[in-house]
Structures are given as structure tokens and as C-alpha cells.
Design a protein around this ligand. Structure first.
Ligand code: UD1
Ligand code: CA
Length: 450
């Protein structure tokens, strides 16, 4: 089946109080329209977006982020029927057309699939919201098929009592849609070309129109900042449910922000105020403590990320302990059984198996061997003001506290660096390097000063 999705996004969104097109507002770490397109892409062969208000900004974003999405202009917003009509020339008769709204971002792939899999020529996504007032009412015949949608403004008192309303989302046979669009007029209370008039037009032609009911949470629109805030919390709950469904223990499902994709082994747990971005892969029995930010990271079995740590584009092995207050930046690779303690920053650095940097260190452009011990206050001086240089520390070596390793420099295997050293020359295997001012004792100095 050839699915062509038309996304309506020309509306002005006055109540959002923004200079951006309303569908460009952020929601859950991306734009509102990205949610719609990302879901549509999973089910569509082709996508067309109708742009109008601030269309240049919107079209520039779509062109840059979604080159496969076609756009058409609706310069005057004369109604949803008029909006779809702008895409008529792109509709092929053999296509099934899926109508989505650019400002209804949380519609799920499963719901769309259910709608698409209905074999009727037209299928509506309806709902039973707590307050049906603002929506188009679905009027059905005795066999339960929809025969008309009446907008609130045009509805009779009797019709206004109907609890089942239209979400705006539907599928319709491409050929029938193109013909019907020509028959829609604007003789109604809003003087708009209502797409919803399609239902009566097709029904009178004998088309049986089914309804599928949506979970109202999925079809909350983003019309103002209140609704946007509500969407953030619905989205957060949906995402938390995904984590719970994967078997991850959450200390408080309302205080985890999943903004990317997580895959996890058994027995992982996540404490409060954790933000998960990008692609996160957790092994088994991984513990993420509170206030941790993870972005594009892989963490091995039994590792613990202690509170207030920030990991980005990093790989952590098994049985590691990271943090609290650790910062692993891009290109950090922490070997199995290694330990990174508080106020340690790593970047483009490999820490070997069982190696330790327990306190207050900066390790950049470094390769630290297995079981090496990096003392508190160790700094790899990797930047000379123009270029970055590499530091290597051999396995089993010991870097005393408060040492500066001026790169490029190699510390051999099993070597020692005395505390407080500024190391500028390579240190051979098994040797001790001390590079600091010698201690001087002046006996009775203080007494004589008096
Ligand atoms: C529409 C439906 C109503 C349904 C409700 C669900 C019609 C006539 N009514 O009403 O039955 O219950 O959605 O939310 O369709 N848009 C354009 N161009 C236009 C007008 C709208 O692109 O000329 C876009 C808007 O940007 C928005 C969407 O279409 O994304 C819906 O438009 P809106 O004016 O909010 O429709 P409603 O009056 O809410
Ligand atoms: Ca609306």
C-alpha cells in the first residue's frame, strides 16, 4: 500500500505567543513538527507538509532536516480543506492519504498503523475527551458508520451533546479525496473550507466510514504554552513508561527525562532527576544515581554512575564506578573495573582496565594503561595554545598527586612520578621521576627572625 501523509502546519498559532512558526516550538528536546514527521516517516512512503505562516523559517528547517519531505504553500489559511487542497497535485489515485496535524505531536505509530490497516476508503480517528466542546462532533448512522462531522460553531444543541469527536487525523483514498476537495465550500459559521465536510460528501456517495478511537493523551494539540507544558508531562510519562516496560527500575517515573533512546539489560535502576539523551546502551545491573546526565553513552554490566555526573559520547566498561561529580566528555573510554572519582574530567582519553583516577584530575588526549593510578590533582597539559598533544601512561604506573604531565609525553610501564612533579620528558619503564623544587630546611629560622 502506498501511504502518502499530508501534514497540516500552515496555521498561525496566535495563542502560542511566539515569533517562530508554532510547530517549531521545542517539545521533549526537538521541535513539535519533528515529533510528527519522525512518526510519519515510520509509516509513510511519501510526506507532504503544508506550510503557511512564517513558511520560510519552517521550510528552511524541513529542507535541512528532512530532505525527503515535500512542502506546499498555503499563503492564506482558509481552512483545513483548503490546506489539503494545496497538496492535491501531489496526490496519486492509488495512494492512501493520511492526514496529520503538525501541532498534534504525540500521535503514536501504533495508532496510525491501526488507522491505516482499516480497509475502508475513509477512516477517522475519533476520541471521547473529558470536554468535547471545542471539537468537531462525529455523527453516525444506525450501523455505526460516520456520516458527518459538525463543527461546534455549526452544531445544533442536540449535536453539541455528542461525546465522540474528531481528532483531525484520518485516512482517505487518494482519488476520492481529490474529487471531494473540489466539492467542499465555505458556507459555514467560520467561512472556512472544512476538511471535515469530506465525511458527509463521501458518505452521500455510499462510502462506509469507520472510526477508531484514540487515547486522548496522544491527540492533545499544542495551541498555547499551557498545552505545551501538558504535552511535556504526557511525553515524559510516555517515555518513563517505555523505560519501565523495558524492565528498568525508576525511583520516581515523573522525575526522569528520556529524550533519546535507551536499551538496557536486566536489573538496571535510575534515580531521580536523570536526563537521558541520544543513544544510551546499558548492560545488566547498571545503577544510575540522581542528577546524572547521559548523552550518547554505553555503560557495561554492574557499573555505577554516582550522583551529579555528566557523561557525553563516552563508553564505560563493566564493574566501573564513575563519580560523583565526574565529567566524561567525548571520546572517553573507561575500561572494565576502572574507577573515576569526584571532579575528574576526561576527554579523548582511554583509561585501561582497573585503572583509577579517584579525585580532581583532568585527563585529555591520554592513553592510561591497565591498573595505573592517577593521583589527585593530576593534569595532562595537552594543549600548547595551538595544538593538542598526547600523553601515555603505561600499565601499573603511579602518578603522584598534583603532577602536571606536559604533553607530548610518555610515562613507561610500572613507573612512578613523585607528587608535585612537572613532567616534561619521557619516563622510562619501572623508573621514578621527580621534577619539583627540592625541600630546604632552615633550622631555627623562625626563632631568629624574631
Ligand atoms: C479541526 C477539525 C475538528 C477537530 C479538531 C481537532 C476542521 C474543520 N475541524 O478543528 O473537527 O475536532 O481539528 O483538533 O478541520 N491548518 C492549516 N491551514 C488552515 C487551517 C488549519 O494548515 O487553513 C492547520 C493548523 O495549523 C492545525 C490544523 O490544521 O495544525 C488544525 O487547524 P485548526 O484551525 O486548529 O482546526 P480546529 O478548528 O481545531
Ligand atoms: Ca485546533
Amino acid at each position: 500500500m502506498n501511504i502518502h501523509t499530508i501534514i497540516l502546519a500552515a496555521g498561525k498559532g496566535t495563542r502560542m505567543n511566539t515569533n517562530l512558526p508554532k510547530v517549531m516550538q521545542p517539545l521533549g528536546g526537538k521541535t513539535i513538527i519533528s515529533h510528527v514527521i519522525d512518526t510519519a516517516q515510520k509509516v509513510s512512503d511519501h510526506i507532504t507538509l503544508v506550510a503557511g505562516y512564517k513558511k520560510e523559517v519552517l521550510k528552511q528547517f524541513i529542507g535541512a532536516s528532512y530532505p525527503n519531505v515535500s512542502t506546499v504553500d498555503q499563503d492564506e489559511q482558509l481552512g483545513t480543506g483548503h490546506a489539503v487542497k494545496q497538496a492535491s497535485h501531489l496526490i496519486a489515485p492509488n495512494q492512501k492519504i493520511l492526514i496529520l496535524y503538525g501541532d498534534v505531536p504525540l500521535i503514536s505509530e501504533a495508532t496510525i498503523q491501526a488507522l491505516i490497516s482499516e480497509t475502508t476508503d475513509c477512516c477517522l480517528l475519533s476520541m471521547l475527551p473529558d470536554d468535547p466542546t471545542p471539537y468537531g462532533k462525529v455523527i453516525k448512522d444506525s450501523s455505526g458508520h460516520a456520516i458527518k462531522i459538525t463543527e461546534q460553531k455549526d452544531a445544533s444543541d442536540e449535536e453539541r451533546k455528542i461525546p465522540e469527536v474528531f481528532t483531525g487525523i484520518m485516512t482517505v483514498n487518494g482519488e476520492m479525496l481529490v474529487t471531494a476537495l473540489d466539492e467542499i465550500n465555505n458556507n459555514n459559521a467560520a467561512s472556512e473550507y472544512y476538511l471535515t465536510d469530506l465525511v458527509e460528501i463521501l458518505s452521500l456517495k455510499g462510502v462506509k466510514i469507520n472510526c477508531i478511537q484514540a487515547n486522548p493523551d496522544e491527540v492533545v494539540g499544542a495551541n498555547n504554552k499551557q498545552e505545551l507544558h501538558q504535552l511535556e508531562s504526557i511525553l515524559r510519562n510516555m517515555k518513563s513508561e517505555q523505560l519501565l516496560d523495558q524492565g528498568i527500575t525508576l525511583m520516581d517515573a515523573s522525575r526522569v527525562d528520556l529524550r533519546g533512546e535507551v536499551s538496557a539489560g536486566k536489573d538496571c535502576s535510575i534515580d531521580v532527576n536523570v536526563i537521558l539523551e541520544g543513544k544510551i546502551t546499558l548492560g545488566e545491573n547498571v545503577t544510575i544515581k540522581s542528577n546524572v546526565i547521559l548523552c550518547d553513552v554505553t555503560i557495561g554490566d554492574n557499573s555505577v554512575i554516582e550522583a551529579f555526573s555528566h557523561l557525553s559520547s563516552a563508553v564505560v566498561g563493566s564493574n566501573c564506578s564513575i563519580g560523583p561529580y565526574a565529567r566524561l566528555r567525548e571520546g572517553s573510554e573507561i575500561g572494565n573495573n576502572a574507577k573515576i572519582g569526584n571532579f575528574v574530567e576526561t576527554k579523548k582519553t582511554k583509561l585501561g582496565e582497573g585503572a583509577k583516577a579517584n579525585h580532581l584530575a583532568y585527563l585529555g588526549d591520554a592513553d592510561i594503561g591497565d591498573n595505573a593510578n592517577i593521583g589527585a590533582g593530576t593534569i595532562t597539559c595537552n594543549y600548547d595554545g595551538t595544538n593538542k598533544h598526547k600523553t601515555t601512561v603505561g600499565e601499573n604506573s603511579f602518578i603522584g598527586t598534583n603532577s602536571s604531565l606536559v604533553a607530548p609525553v610518555n610515562i613507561g610501564k610500572g613507573a612512578y612520578v613523585g607528587a608535585g612533579s612537572v613532567i616534561t620528558k619521557d619516563v622510562p619503564d619501572e623508573s621514578l621521576a621527580v621534577a619539583r623544587g627540592k625541600q630546604v630546611i632552615k633550622e631555627d629560622w623562625a626563632k631568629n627572625k624574631k
